[in-house]
Design a protein around this ligand. Structure first.
Ligand SMILES: [Zn+2]
Length: 197
């Protein structure tokens, strides 16, 4: 669903200042090694490594991270309106060009000009899908949490789970935040336009 493994790996490479085109041999190696990985699992692994590593992780580190996020094979996931099937709960953060990331708690918050809006994991879901991460030994996933209220409501309205919808919304705000005038615009102002598009 809109998750491209090549893009995810590019994000990993660029995140550590390595140009995937210049390092095409290594890049292709990483791509081959992750060919059996579900895109959403790769996404979690890339996010984890981007925040936890100082330099481009070795392929074994990437594969270990993938393993940590791969659900237990024996477990059969159930549909959940909050996490979908992954058991992971997301929230949206605004990351300004020079500054600390701020979580979006409410649609009344002002859009941050030039910020990169990103959907990030804040914990595991309280449902059985999330419970399988209880013993994962992963600091973020040890917390059972709920997404912000506005995400729950909007996702319900559009018929998505909140994990999927947070990504859509983050991308939308991301585009907007580059173009806004230096005025205070509440985040919710853009939602009506989204309804029609
Ligand atoms: Zn759930």
């Amino acid at each position: 669903m809109g998750l491209d493994k090549i893009e995810l790996l590019k994000e990993l490479f660029y995140g550590f200042g390595r140009d995937p085109h210049v390092n095409k041999g290594i890049f292709d190696h990483y791509l081959n090694k992750t060919s059996d990985t579900e895109p959403w699992v790769l996404k979690k692994a890339v996010q984890e490594l981007l925040t936890g590593c100082q330099s481009l992780p070795r392929i074994t580190e990437l594969l270990n991270s993938i393993k940590r996020f791969s659900p237990n094979q024996e477990y059969i996931a159930t549909e959940c309106p909050l996490c979908g099937k992954d058991g992971l709960i997301y929230s949206i953060f605004a990351i300004p060009p020079s500054g600390k990331k701020q979580e979006v708690y409410s649609l009344e918050q002002k859009m941050v000009k030039g910020a990169n809006y990103k959907s990030m994991i804040i914990g595991r879901c309280k449902c059985p899908n999330g419970n399988q991460y209880e013993q994962a030994g992963h600091s973020t996933l040890s917390r059972a949490v709920e997404p912000p209220e506005y995400l729950i409501e909007l996702s319900k309205q559009y018929g998505f789970d909140t994990a999927f919808y947070s990504d859509i919304l983050a991308k939308k705000w991301n585009k907007k935040s580059r173009n806004i005038q230096p005025v205070d615009t509440p985040l919710k102002k853009d939602l009506s336009k989204y309804d029609k598009s």
